[in-house]
Ligand binder design. Structure first.
Ligand code: S3P
Ligand code: PEP
Length: 434
């Protein structure tokens, strides 16, 4: 439990370099492990979720070392993994689970895997079904949940698959199986989800074409180890963007943030709400990077629709908090995916923010946030619970900055899933300006 006080009247000030991108750190380990030779990864995210992926590869016999601030992976190719001694523990990480179900679907041994309570209630049919069409075999619970086994298999077959749900995890699982499959694998996406897998496959020497939502790959030549610079995670930076916007008298600079076009939904939505967000591009020969400067500003409500969701899916809790401070209503629709994240994020956002007097109506596929509500504590103090969900924990902490009264956070350890050190960074920008 931790007590957080309201931000000082002089606002939030400072420069923050948030940790490395979670999606890219997972993928850098995966490509490093299946390539041959050395992969060096800079600005790697050392968070609980990414450590799950790292531990899986160590259990599979891949050498992964930390040298200074750099991670070195010595890959020997997809055919050189050794049978792990233990069942694979995926912890809380949906990305590890779903991507590895594709990547490890053609190994000569069974692989058992399990997760924590939250992960064991998140749907896997969305990956098990398409991968089974490619001849992958899984034993999962009757409802397609963890725990389960990826069955030994020596043949995958390419296929054409139209994505029924916008999900980079599903797309990536199919791509990571497709690079090992006979024939062509074609994926058709209606709305583009984050494309880090496609970009990294290309960087490691793979061949992939993308054209108007149609992605085509074949069995790949041997991939080669690379140097990967992981950008700072825009999903983590989003908490400071909103903190800076809604806390009066603030100015925050966020350094070297990843601004891949499939991830910048949070910036676009905040701009639609009236925010003026300065982006200063930084040269990079990998993923796009920019410094982002945020000053406090007034916002207005907007309609957020299904097409807006994939590029901002993890940022919707913190955007909901921004919407409580905007003038007018914000309507979020087509966001039913929020119900199958680490928690049901429609339910947990509403349960926590309404404790502070926010006025939010629940919809099956989103919420209606009636804005312009000053947040306050109704009795002596209020307990905000992360429900074990890192993004809800960080949203709670940012809400405390603009709340009159005593706010106590519980379940704050969940933040280390994506952002160890979040509270220290937040506290650093709260120091009174001299
Ligand atoms: O591919 C990825 O790295 C991710 C994809 C998204 O999930 P979905 O694919 O379920 O939308 C996102 O919510 C998750 O945090 C990371
Ligand atoms: C949904 C998330 O991650 P994952 O699916 O990897 O658990 C997230 O980081 O918000």
């Amino acid at each position: 439990m931790i007590k957080l006080s309201k931000a000082p009247k002089s606002g939030l000030h400072g420069e923050i370099t948030v940790p490395g991108d979670k999606s890219i750190s997972h993928r850098a380990l995966m490509f490093g492990a299946i390539a041959t030779g050395e992969t060096r990864i800079d600005n790697f995210l050392m968070s609980d979720d990414v450590m799950r992926t790292m531990t899986v590869f160590r259990e599979l016999g891949v050498a992964i070392n930390q040298v200074g601030s750099q991670i070195k992976v010595i890959g020997k190719g997809l055919d050189s993994f050794t049978k792990p001694k233990h069942a694979l523990n995926m912890g809380n990480s949906g990305t590890s689970t779903r991507l590895l179900m594709g990547l490890l679907s053609k190994q000569p041994f069974d692989l058992s895997f399990f997760g924590d309570e939250s992960l064991s209630s998140r749907p896997l049919r969305r990956v098990a079904e398409p991968l089974s069409l490619m001849n992958a075999q899984f034993d999962l619970t009757a409802d397609n949940f963890l725990p389960g086994t990826i069955r030994a298999n020596n043949r995958l077959q390419g296929m054409t698959y139209e994505m029924p749900v916008a999900s980079a995890q599903v797309k990536s699982a199919i791509l990571l199986a497709g690079i090992q499959a006979e024939g062509e694998t074609i994926i058709i996406e209606k709305v583009t989800s984050r494309d880090h897998t496609e970009r990294m496959l290309r960087q490691f020497g793979g061949i992939i074409t993308t054209n108007n939502g149609v992605i085509t790959i074949q069995q790949q030549p041997q991939l080669r180890g690379q140097h990967v610079l992981v950008p700072s995670d825009i999903s983590s930076a989003a908490f400071f963007m909103v903190a800076g916007l809604i806390t009066p008298n603030s100015e925050i600079t966020l350094k070297k943030v990843g601004v891949n076009p499939t991830r910048v939904g949070v910036i676009k939505l905040l701009e639609r709400m009236g925010a003026n967000i300065k982006q200063e591009p930084i040269f990079s020969d990998g993923e796009a990077l920019a410094d982002i400067v945020i000053k406090s500003q007034s916002l207005h409500g907007i309609n957020i629709m299904a097409d807006d969701i994939p590029s901002a899916v993890d940022e919707l809790p913190i955007l909901a908090l921004a919407a409580t401070q905007a003038l007018g209503d914000t309507v979020i629709s087509g966001a039913a995916e929020l119900r199958v994240k680490e928690t049901d994020r429609i339910a947990t956002v509403i349960s926590e923010l309404t404790k502070l007097g926010a006025d939010i109506e629940e919809k099956q596929d989103g919420m209606i946030i009636h804005g312009g509500t000053p947040l306050h504590v109704m009795q002596d103090s209020v307990l905000l619970d992360s429900h074990g969900d890192h993004r809800i924990g960080m949203m709670n902490a940012v809400a405390a900055l603009i709340t009159e009264g005593n706010v106590i956070l519980t379940g704050e350890d969940a933040m280390s899933v994506s952002y160890p050190g979040f509270l220290a960074d937040l506290t650093a920008i709260m120091r009174e300006k001299l």
